[in-house]
Design a protein around this ligand. Structure first.
Ligand code: F0G
Length: 506
């Protein structure tokens, strides 16, 4: 327990993970590459160091082991219920946790707080038109606000909504509107070790088979997420988007995008798909969006804001319905649950998110953490995804059955070890089938180490890696959890657990 032994002994001292600075001056050869090339690629620059300077800092409290043990017990062994002051490095989510830029902070000042027709709305609309290419935008307080609107607009009771793997809030809103989610992602997505470069792809045969079986009229719309969060932040290829779009439009089925982590997906296309190596991410983003009729968006991820989201589309009849509903659930169509300043910050964030150097560094940082774990033999989802490293709790804790909630137990143990907060993405998150009341049993039982945007340095990643490796070395000490309080919807947020000790009840 090298990292955490130091943490415990010194209280607030920084654990001594592998020191890279002490190695030879240019161990990777990147600096030489950077010096030699006339126009260094974004990937080279961003692997050298963070492509930003820190202008404001927030101190963190580093809890002692005794504090961590008390805090996790108070939180019912659910990392969602920890207080952030008790967390050293917070990898719970990349949602709303990013650092805004100096330009975003200054944009807050020009926020137009008019109740209707605010200038800030029109600046947001212009950014969405320029970067995504959709004609119309309806702001919402965050992504699920947009999911709510589109589900209510497009789903009739009993209709199917195919998608490339479920997401918690997306499926919950589809079900609330009377829809039935059908997973049409390729099989490889459910296998943490399958090396497919585009594991988020839709399985065209599955989608075509569903259309044949139930008829196009019984499909509300097709929803494709880029990247796929629950599969490990895995991308969809441009070729797949093109094919899905052709198939849907041939049957007059609308194709909607969950564009929450679109830019990360675009970067993977730039890296992995033939014909895109020389194309800037901004161009790839526009090309991807051209296949869709509209999108839902959580601005809290790609768009680099702490709150905000939107629904965007080309179709005027969908726009009209969205404007009718948004006044009921969110606010006027020109603010949709946001302050003028929030829309300003999102408009700037939307333009910043397609900066090649920024996105190259983001992907680099996630990979930098994941590679250290792979090198140490820790089982993770491969290929390493866009926003997070996912620990494979089945292989990490092979001695625990899925009913003993291995991913939940691992997230709790990692917190106790080092104060690093992560999130369960397994049987607890999957919830119950609303029809049968039975637990969904997902193939993936994962712990997500999610990297906020522009917040932590690669040195923080060293500390996280060291702690995960320490816990892996002592994995036999983890005995599982049982749920003692189960909320009826989206249970993972508020559920409480108790430890099972040595194979028996607590
Ligand atoms: N779609 C995806 C793929 C998401 O990851 C999220 C949120 C949403 C929609 C909903 O957006 O939170 O703004 O309402 N994901 C967060 C996460 C909560 O931690 O992965 P929201």
């Amino acid at each position: 327990m090298q990292a955490t032994a130091l943490l415990d002994a010194a209280g607030a001292s920084v654990p001594c993970a592998r020191s890279r600075a002490a190695e030879v001056p240019d161990p990777t050869g990147l600096l030489a590459l950077y010096n030699r090339s006339g126009q260094p690629q974004a990937a080279i620059v961003s692997a050298l160091a963070e492509p930003y300077r820190i202008k404001a800092v927030e101190s963190v409290h580093v809890p002692t082991r005794a504090e961590r043990e008390a805090a996790i017990a108070d939180a019912g062994y659910n990392t969602f219920l920890l207080r952030s002051r008790d967390v050293y490095i917070d990898l719970l989510t990349d949602s709303g946790t990013g650092a805004m830029s100096d330009r975003q902070w200054s944009a807050l000042m020009v926020g137009d707080e008019a109740y209707a027709g605010a200038t800030s709305f029109y600046r947001l609309e212009a950014a969405v038109r320029d970067v995504y290419g959709f004609r119309y935008v309806v702001p919402t307080h965050q992504g699920r606000g947009a999911e709510h609107l589109i589900s209510q607009i497009l789903i009739k009771q009993g209709q199917y909504v195919p998608g490339n793997m479920y997401f918690t809030t997306t499926r919950a809103h589809q079900e609330l509107a009377g829809g039935v989610f059908v997973d049409v992602i390729i099989d490889e997505a459910h296998d943490p070790r399958a090396p497919h470069p585009f594991k988020g792809n839709v399985d065209l045969a599955k989608l075509a088979g569903l259309i044949d079986r139930v008829g196009a009229a019984n499909i509300a719309y097709v929803n494709v997420a880029v990247t796929v969060n629950m599969a490990g932040g895995q991308p969809v290829s441009m070729a797949n988007l093109r094919a899905v779009s052709e198939l849907c439009h041939r049957h007059n089925i609308l194709l909607w995008c969950d564009a929450t982590r679109l830019v990360e997906n675009a970067y993977f296309i730039h890296e992995r798909e033939e014909g895109y190596a020389d194309r800037p991410v901004a161009e790839i983003v526009r090309a991807m969006m051209s296949y869709f009729d509209g999108c839902t968006m959580s601005g809290k991820k790609d768009a680099l804001v702490n709150i905000g989201g939107f629904l965007a589309m080309n179709d005027e009849s969908v726009l009209q319905r969205a404007r009718e509903l948004v006044v009921l659930f969110e606010g006027m169509p020109t603010y949709g649950g946001l302050a003028g300043r929030d829309m300003e910050a999102m408009a700037v964030g939307i333009r910043e998110m397609v900066d090649d150097q920024y996105i190259a560094h983001r992907i680099h940082q996630v990979r930098y953490l994941g590679q250290q774990l792979l090198d140490a033999g820790v089982p993770i989802v491969e290929p390493i995804g866009g926003h997070a490293v996912f620990l494979d709790a089945r292989r990490f804790l092979p001695h625990l059955d899925q009913e003993l909630l291995p991913a939940q137990a691992l997230a709790a143990q990692l917190y106790v070890d080092s104060g690093v907060r992560s999130m369960e993405r397994g049987i607890v998150s999957a919830g119950r089938d609303p029809q049968t009341g039975r637990n969904h049993i997902p193939k993936l039982e994962l712990v997500r180490l999610t990297i906020p945007r522009r917040v932590y340095t690669d040195r923080h990643m060293d500390v996280v890696a060291q702690s995960v490796i320490d816990v892996f070395g002592h994995r036999e000490d983890i005995h599982g959890l049982r749920m003692v309080y189960e909320p009826p919807t989206l249970r993972f947020f508020n559920a409480r657990f108790a430890p099972i000790r040595d194979g028996g009840p607590a």
